[in-house]
Design a protein around this ligand. Structure first.
Ligand SMILES: Cc1cc2nc3c(=O)[nH]c(=O)nc-3n(C[C@H](O)[C@H](O)[C@H](O)COP(=O)(O)OP(=O)(O)OC[C@H]3O[C@@H](n4cnc5c(N)ncnc54)[C@H](O)[C@@H]3O)c2cc1C
Ligand SMILES: NC(=O)c1ccc[n+]([C@@H]2O[C@H](COP(=O)([O-])OP(=O)(O)OC[C@H]3O[C@@H](n4cnc5c(N)ncnc54)[C@H](O)[C@@H]3O)[C@@H](O)[C@H]2O)c1
Length: 470
């Protein structure tokens, strides 16, 4: 078998791999991009984008339940054509996939874009599509896939994952959602709002990975009003004629289909990472430096969901950039990672920023809080539900983190995240302008609550305004 030589080999043409490719191209290096499976990225094909399209349809349709309050007639008679709604989601999905392909691999010659699963022979020797590639450096960016217990695969098309959901031409009458993490909650709520009789299960006592007890309980209370949620027991599935019986402890329901959303596993099967010659953990993953993405001291870098850490689009992008930069420059430069930001697009949004509740030292931390019930703009929107909790270092007032369930949480979370990135204190934040009436006033109220509990106060007489020199 002949050996081709390139500067950089990138395995996986998802979001991480394509960002690594951009860095390689920018450095003017020779490369090969190898992708097994469907190109077009998980994000555009089966992830972020179709899920948000489905959430949008579900939210818009759900909005009719508010309209009676305003005296808008006819809302009760509104109906939704599910096949048409699903076709709309698929059309949008196709647009996003086409955009990705059009700006990445569509016009790449076959020798640069190899469509096959790759495997390692040596750390810098890869085999794919019957050829061997000797690379100066390798980027592993093979993503992740939905976890489905082997016993559940026997139920065929009645147990689906997000790889299947956006392919459906119609929705079943009833579904169980097993796993109420990010995917289960976002899509379980949407499916419920689209008219599917949903029952949710999670083995934990929390949903959406929340940690702050106030947020956790509020989330369970609010989401639990939309569909039954059973927590604290692992769910099991049994055949019940044509249908499936899902059982968790004392709770049991018979459904047409199950959405299995119990997590995603890194795609390492078949890569033969054992040929890297470094120790692998129980998941088959090597250790790596999250600041350089380097695997051991090899010229091998790993990025995106395959790391098993931070499986989020913006993190995959950053990791791809770091891995690609280092692979292309023959360096192991270390880059500072950004403040953690997590957004669950269920309604109200559930978000976490910076340090999580379980990472805080409660001896040195102050916690501020606002409930959305009395917030003017939230009330006007008919979305005055939820709670926002902000954390600061008690002595310095420096903002540390936040967790929330609330309206427009996606935006509040960004503001807080950017302020933490800039090392701002709660006093600094209160000196920023707040318009009226906006949802940011909820944040302002939480900050006042927090400000009262920190030791460092703003100087100059007024909390909100910096004093000019005399
Ligand atoms: C339903 C859903 C909703 C989501 N929503 C959001 C969201 O709203 N916000 C957010 O930040 N994140 C979201 N995510 C997560 C986000 O989509 C992922 O973090 C991101 O897409 C991961 O990108 P990646 O490049 O690591 O992997 P991928 O895009 O999966 O790319 C990996 C590529 O490697 C290929 N491959 C696998 N094995 C091999 C091999 N042996 N050889 C060659 N190629 C191989 C695969 O075919 C694939 O093309 C969501 C995920 C899902 C499933
Ligand atoms: N908005 C977003 O950013 C977004 C949206 C969707 C997905 N994602 C990414 O995709 C990843 C995977 O999402 P996910 O929701 O599949 O995983 P997850 O890890 O977020 O949640 C899985 C849940 O399944 C539960 N579970 C596991 N086995 C179970 C069983 N037998 N019975 C009952 N419950 C069980 C777990 O306790 C957990 O709460 C996430 O980590 C996230 O990073 C992000």
């Amino acid at each position: 078998m002949t050996e081709r030589v390139v500067d950089v080999a990138i395995i996986g043409s998802g979001s991480a791999g394509l960002n690594a490719l951009a860095q390689t191209r920018r450095a003017g290096k020779t490369f090969v991009l190898i992708n097994g499976g469907e190109p077009g990225t998980t994000c555009a094909r089966v992830g972020c984008m179709p899920s948000k399209a489905m959430i949008q349809v579900a939210e818009d349709y759900h909005r009719r339940t508010h309209l009676g309050k305003y005296g808008i007639d006819g809302h009760e008679a509104m109906t939704l054509d599910i096949p048409e709604a699903l076709e709309h989601v698929q059309d949008l999905r196709d647009t996003f996939v086409d955009r990705v392909l059009g700006s990445s691999t569509d016009d790449m010659p076959e020798d640069l874009f190899i469509q096959d699963h790759a495997r390692f022979i040596e750390p810098t020797l890869i085999e794919a599509a019957g050829q061997r590639i000797r690379a100066g450096a390798v980027v592993i960016a093979t993503g992740s896939r939905p976890v489905v217990p082997a016993a559940w695969t026997h139920f065929g098309e009645r147990v689906i994952t997000t790889d299947d959901l956006f392919e459906l031409a119609d929705l079943p009458a009833s579904m169980a959602v097993i796993g109420l993490g990010t995917i289960g909650l976002e899509l379980g709520q949407s499916l419920s709002r689209l008219g599917v009789d949903i029952t949710g299960f999670d083995q934990l006592h929390v949903i959406a990975g929340t940690q702050d007890p106030e947020v956790s309980q509020t989330a369970i209370d609010l989401l639990g009003k939309e569909f039954p949620i059973h927590l604290g027991q692992a769910a099991e599935i049994h055949e019940e004629g044509e249908q499936l019986r899902v059982t968790a402890g004392a709770h049991s329901v018979v459904v047409d289909k199950v959405l299995c959303s119990i997590g995603r596993a890194p795609n390492v099967a078949g890569l033969q990472l054992e040929n890297l010659g470094v120790p692998l953990d129980a998941r088959g993953l090597p250790t790596f430096d999250p600041n350089s993405m380097q695997v051991g001291d090899l010229p091998v870098f790993i990025a995106g969901d395959v790391t098993g850490d931070l499986p989020l689009l913006h993190e995959a992008g950053d990791e791809g950039r770091i891995a690609g930069y280092n692979a292309a420059h023959g360096e192991t430069a270390r880059f500072r990672r950004k403040t953690p930001l997590f957004i669950n697009f269920c309604d109200p949004n559930i978000c976490a920023v910076g340090l999580r509740w379980n990472q805080l030292d409660m001896e040195t931390t102050a916690v501020g809080q606002i409930r959305f019930a009395p917030v003017g703009r939230a009330l006007i929107m008919g979305k005055n539900r939820g709670v926002l909790r902000v954390y600061a270092d008690k002595a310095s007032g420096r903002l540390l983190g936040a967790e929330m369930i609330g309206p427009k949480g996606e935006h509040l979370a960004h503001l807080l995240c950017w302020c933490i990135e800039r090392n701002l204190t709660v006093g600094d934040l209160l000196r920023l302008p707040f318009y009226h009436p906006v949802i940011e006033e909820a944040l302002q109220a939480a900050l006042y609550d927090l400000y009262a509990k920190v030791d460092t106060k703003n100087e100059g007489g007024l909390i909100e305004l910096a004093r000019l020199p005399d």
